[in-house]
Design a protein around this ligand. Sequence first.
Ligand code: 5GP
Length: 200
Amino acid sequence: MTNEEARPAARLTVLSGPSGVGKDSVIELIRARSPWVWLSVSVTTRPRREYEVDGVHYHFVDRAEFADLVDRGQLLEWAEFAGNLYGTPRGPVEQRLRAGVPALLKIDLQGARQVRQAMSEAFLVFLAPPSWEELKRRLIGRGTDDPETVRARLEHARAELAAESEFDATVINDSVEHASHELLRLLGSPVMTPVRPRHT
Ligand code: 5GP
C-alpha cells in the first residue's frame, strides 16, 4: 500500500441553502473556533464589501480574469448569482483533500449540484431555516428593498427550499451556535446519517 492509499480520505463538505438562511454566520463561527477546518476561498466578480478581506472571504477578480479561470478549467464549479460570478478554485480543494484535511465549501444551489456531478463522494449539507415564516422575516427584514425585489427574493427562496431533498443532510439554523455545532459534527463524522429525515 502506498502512503497515498494509507491516508484517511478527507471529506469534501458543501454547505448550501436559501439566501438569507445564515450560511455566512455559521461559516464565520467555524472560522473563529475550528481552524482545523479548511474553508475554500471562492473567486467572485462581486465588488468587495467593506468588512471583507481579499484572499480571506473571497478572491476579488474582474470578469476577464474569471473567464480565464473558467477557460483553463481551474474552477471546480461556478455560477452566476444576482448578476455576479462566483466559483470555487479547483487546485486548493484537491490539495487539501489529498493531504487529509476536511474542506468546506459555502456555495449556492447551482454550485452544489455541479460539485455533486464532479465529485460523487462530496457530502452535501442543506442549511434550512427553522420555518418559512422565519426565512421570510429574515429576507424582508434585511433592508429597504422595494416590494418587487422582495417578491422576487421570496419566490427564489421558495424554489431553493424545494431542493432540500437533493442533499445528504439537513441542518436547521435555529441558532448559529447549534447549526455550526451540527455542521462540525458532520465534518468529522464518517456516518452519513441525515440530521433531519428527508421529506418524502
Ligand atoms: P454573497 O455575495 O452574499 O457573498 O454570496 C452570494 C451567494 O453566492 C451565496 O449564496 C453564496 O453561498 C454563493 N457563493 C459564494 N461563493 C460561491 C462559489 O464559489 N460558487 C457558487 N456556486 N456560489 C458561491
